[in-house]
Design a protein around this ligand. Structure first.
Ligand code: ATP
Length: 626
């Protein structure tokens, strides 16, 4: 017998299973049956596509055996099985790099919630919630030797040679004394029906059945019969009308390893030139790895009911990575490889049509059920926005699904609703974007001229907004215009008045410019402000700005690159500017120029490089006023 040490993360998970999790323990059955089903899926594919497995007998079944005397519950399958190396790699380590990070992030309450187990991908270890000792006897298809893995949790496990008549795996759980409920046939029967009714393979168990008295007999009797206890029909192959909501929800739980109800599902059968079925679910809560690069894909690909992969992120675009479900098509070759999948025309067509379908269903939801849509948007709205730059073809549809804050509205509004209010002749969608609080952004001086004219503006304050919206230039025949670039109409009279005023201030502008020197690219008058004295504008002709934009496109979001010099705009109608421009005190003008520039920077959410200088200048100005 060879002793092995668990990888540290496995020990931590086992500790969690044993000491913290106590709600909803029954899901260990779902996890083990799901592993068996995966093992059968894998063998099925190999037998159909790999010469080396041609001789292997594929007789798919899962057997559950209860032994009340020994207090054991066993789950067996005739799947691919594991050899010694597989046992070490699969049941002694955790391959997924995200798992440790999740573990560290879990709060105390979350640690007690076994709903999260599936998300860790630690399904097998759930057996230790109910068992103090677990044995796994397995033989890999096509190999002669069998092995027994056994562990009582803690930090180590054993592997020794064993015997098994044919390929497959048996998990034997020695149940803890207070887990006797899992030795009751009816309990296991109902758990299987709840979570595993629609896995595509039959599950058998001994059940006691009443046999009526035969002729000549007085009394009937109970008999033990080995029976199939699940329906074993792949749910997505059944007609929509024959599936109840409960069945849809239970199937979701079994494929997504999530015990919360899904928010919505979309079941679609395409017939015609291309035949395929899709069943997609939107979870009600974001999976924990949603924002990790190594997130797990939630879509399983089947070809004519034969499982192909659940590890292909290209099946659906990344901005829809929250979807869970199944794609099944009869029009793909069974021995499809990852490379073929990615360049396969049939797959591309299925993907395109599926994306359109999902976006369409989401649009319907937005229209018909605001409450549900809001729940969806809260969890996945920001992920959806990623599609604005990654899925050019569907940009319009994605925009229509967004719910955004605007200058004039108190609550986020649907983008299409916002567009209805946009000037139908000018067709310009104005937006402002910066990562800061919504209130602060709404107070930006750049919005003052829009406030004065009552024009609504999209106020986009999420980090993702600052990345994607500058790349969105159009929506149908509307143009996206950053507020700083917007040219709002002014009358001939206004124009003349502005020109005159600007001319009269030329000298003062020059003084400010001299005072500020290298700190600005220039100073100019603006009539766009109503309340503020000054504001900053980026100089798009500035080389530094162009460089920063280029860096952004190459993925370095501005990084260490020096910020381009701003233009300081002054409001000639502001009391302060009026008084200052009349002053002959050059020291005062010098101090005020710097304070005004710092003030404008603070409005932009920037921090000041020279706080002490700012305070000293401010104090000098105040002292003069006293
Ligand atoms: N019955 C089985 N037959 C063959 N291999 C199995 C079986 N049960 C588990 N395994 C192997 O052990 C690995 C670890 O199983 P575990 O349930 O911990 O995670 P997982 O199944 O990979 O993830 P998830 O539970 O999220 O689906 C599996 O990926 C599989 O390779």
């Amino acid at each position: 017998m060879a002793k092995h040490q668990f990888q540290t993360e496995v020990s931590q998970i086992l500790h969690l299973m044993i000491h913290s999790l106590y709600s909803n323990k029954e899901i260990f059955v779902r996890e083990l049956v799901s592993n068996s089903s995966d093992a059968l899926d894998k063998l099925n594919m190999l037998v159909l596509t790999d010469e080396n497995y041609k001789g292997v007998n594929f007789a798919p079944r899962i057997d559950i055996v209860i032994d009340k005397e020994a207090k054991t519950l066993s789950i067996s399958d005739t799947g691919i099985g594991m050899n010694e190396t597989d046992l070490v790699e699969n049941l002694g380590t955790i391959a997924k790099s995200g798992t440790k990070a999740f573990l560290e992030k879990l709060s105390g309450d979350q640690k007690k919630d076994s709903k999260l187990i599936g998300q860790f991908g630690v399904g097998f270890y759930a057996s230790f919630m109910v068992a103090d000792k677990v044995e796994v006897i397995s033989r890999k298809a096509g190999e002669e030797s069998a092995y027994k893995w056994s562990s009582m949790a803690g930090s180590e496990y054993d592997i020794e040679p064993a015997t098994r008549d044919s390929h497959g795996t048996t998990i034997i759980m020695h149940l803890k004394d207070d887990e006797a409920e899992f030795l009751e046939t009816h309990r296991i029967d109902s758990i299987v029906k709840k979570y595993s009714n629609h896995i595509p393979f039959p599950i058998f168990m001994d059940k006691e059945e009443w046999v009526a008295p035969a002729e000549g007999e007085e009394k009937g009797h109970n008999e033990i019969v080995n029976k199939q206890i699940n329906k074993a029909n792949a749910l997505w192959t059944i007609s929509k009308n024959d599936i109840s909501d409960e069945e849809y929800k239970d199937f979701y739980s079994s494929i997504a390893h999530d015990s919360s109800e899904p928010l919505i599902w979309m079941h679609n059968k395409a017939e015609g030139a291309l035949e395929y079925t899709t069943l997609f679910y939107v979870p009600s809560k974001a999976p924990m790895d949603l924002y990790r690069v190594d997130y797990q894909s939630g879509i399983k690909l089947y070809i004519n009911r034969v499982f192909i992969t659940d590890d292909e992120k290209e099946l659906m675009p990344t901005y829809l990575r929250f979807l869970r479900g199944v794609i099944d098509s009869a029009d793909l070759p069974l021995n499809v490889s990852r490379e073929i999948l990615q360049s396969n025309r049939v797959m591309a067509k299925i993907k395109n049509a599926s994306v359109k379908k999902v976006l369409g269903e989401l649009a319907k939801l937005a229209e018909n059920d605001t409450e549900k849509y809001d729940a969806f948007y809260k969890e996945f709205g920001n992920v959806l926005k990623e599609g604005l730059y990654s899925d050019f073809g569907n940009r319009e549809k994605i925009l229509e699904l967004l719910k955004l804050n605007t200058l004039n509205a108190h609550e986020p509004v649907m983008f299409s609703k916002f567009v209805e209010g946009v000037d139908a002749e000018k067709k310009e969608i104005y937006y402002i974007t910066a990562k800061m609080s919504l209130q602060m952004l709404k107070n930006s001086p750049a919005l003052e001229r829009f406030k004065a004219k009552g024009i609504d503006v999209l106020v986009l304050n999420e980090e993702i907004d600052t990345i994607v919206f500058p790349m969105v230039s159009e929506y149908n025949d509307y143009k996206f215009v950053n507020v700083t670039d917007a040219k709002l109409e002014e009358s001939e009279e206004e124009k003349k008045e502005h020109e005159e005023k600007a001319k009269s201030l030329e000298g003062f502008v020059g003084q400010l410019q001299n005072a500020l020197g290298e700190n600005v690219s220039k100073v100019e008058t603006t009539f766009d402000l109503t309340e503020s004295a000054v504001c900053l504008k980026v100089d798009k002709e500035d080389q530094g700005y162009m460089m920063a934009q280029m860096m952004k496109q190459f993925g370095n979001m501005g990084g260490d690159f020096p910020a381009p010099k701003p233009i300081l705009q002054i409001n000639p109608n502001h009391e302060l500017i009026k008084k200052l421009s009349d002053s002959a005190d050059m020291n005062l003008i010098d101090d005020a120029a710097h304070v005004l520039l710092d003030q404008a920077k603070l409005y932009e959410g920037e921090t000041l490089a020279d706080t002490a200088g700012f305070i000293a200048r401010l104090n000098r100005i105040m002292a003069k006023a006293l």
